[in-house]
Design a protein around this ligand. Structure first.
Ligand code: ZN
Length: 116
């Protein structure tokens, strides 16, 4: 999963030309989100399935990645327990990001009135 936030595009919702976040899963652009209004456009049929595939791809490369890191920087192995402890939070953050894109921006709650 990669998020690029330096793309300048014109939003189809608010019409403003400005910064957009681009979500890449498995090297494919799957969604974009306007930084001005939060409007998201999903280019994938199933964002969750693409995220699961991306996560599986990263997991399958993990043993090779870890082995190469051991040889490049053996001292960094001492930090791995801390990285492993934080990993579930990182995955939850990624999943939350995908969910926000899939569902669109949150609308403010108006108590006592139903906002359409
Ligand atoms: Zn916008």
């Amino acid at each position: 999963m990669k998020v690029e936030s330096d793309a300048i595009l014109t939003c189809t919702s608010c019409g403003a030309e400005g910064s957009h976040e681009l979500l890449y899963l498995s090297e494919h652009m799957c969604a974009s989100r306007c930084a001005n209004c939060g409007h998201a456009v999903v280019y994938s049929h199933n964002l969750y399935a693409d995220y699961a595939k991306d996560l599986a791809d990263r997991t399958s490369r993990l043993p090779i990645s870890l082995a190469s890191k051991v040889f490049r920087a053996p001292v960094d192995v001492l930090r791995w327990p801390f990285k492993i402890a934080r990993k579930p939070f990182g995955l939850l953050k990624e999943l939350n990001y995908v969910t926000v894109l899939e569902r669109g921006p949150r609308r403010p709650k108006v108590f006592g009135k139903s906002k359409v």
